[in-house]
Design a protein. Structure first.
Length: 209
């Protein structure tokens, strides 16, 4: 069986040691690093993402798959950098100020990373200033915000307002998600998009990047 297919299969099974071993072999076989990324690692995470969407896999299995993918990513990252192969785009993510929930946000990060995006995760309880400053410093094109509590939703509007105030709408798009928010709230505050889960965030970003 093709080694890239094996890498993809082992990610689906969540076996990080096997993925590490197979990725090492693929590198030794001089398989182009972009091919290892696209047809091995990302292919595996795409399958996992699809199964999660169809409720055939659950959160613990997705996290195991992500850990397996990272085992391969760590090996090829230096090669990607030396070949100047860019990631698709940079996304700053975090749970907004006053909100300490992060399981949903972590899952979105995992899915986006698995789809080839570079993720800068600010954790939880993140201020509007931190979101915007990080995006500017890192040259990120997207800010993804999560809120589980209705009381913390206004923080999302503060981020959108700050981006407007600094005339950064052309450079930085805002995505919101989490149990507290909806598509109509995204429209109300002027956020670029509402993404209801990790798979939806991947679909949306892939469609515009």
């Amino acid at each position: 069986m093709d080694i890239l297919q094996q890498i993809s299969d082992q990610i689906d099974l969540g076996d990080d040691e096997k993925v590490h071993e197979l990725t090492t072999t693929a590198i030794e076989q001089k398989i182009p690093v972009k091919k290892i990324l696209d047809e091995g690692l990302l292919q595996g995470m795409n399958i996992v993402g699809q199964k999660f969407k169809e409720h055939k896999l659950f959160l613990p299995e997705v996290l195991m798959a992500a850990k397996a993918m990272n085992a391969g990513m760590e090996l090829i990252k230096p090669l990607l950098l030396s070949d100047s192969i860019p990631m698709k785009a940079k996304v700053v993510i975090g749970t907004v100020r006053g909100d300490l929930h992060d399981i949903g946000k972590n899952l979105v990060g995992v899915m986006l990373k698995g789809a080839g995006f570079e993720i800068i995760d600010l954790g939880n309880d993140v201020t509007p200033e931190k979101f915007v400053e990080t995006a500017k410093t890192e040259g990120a094109e997207f800010i993804g915000m999560s809120a589980l509590l209705t009381t913390t939703m206004p923080v999302m509007k503060e981020v959108v307002d700050q981006i407007r105030k600094e005339n950064l709408e052309e450079k930085i798009q805002t995505l919101i998600g989490g149990a507290a928010v909806s598509r109509s709230y995204a429209e109300e505050i002027g956020a670029t998009a509402y993404c209801y889960d990790g798979s939806n965030a991947v679909e949306y970003l892939n469609s515009i990047v």
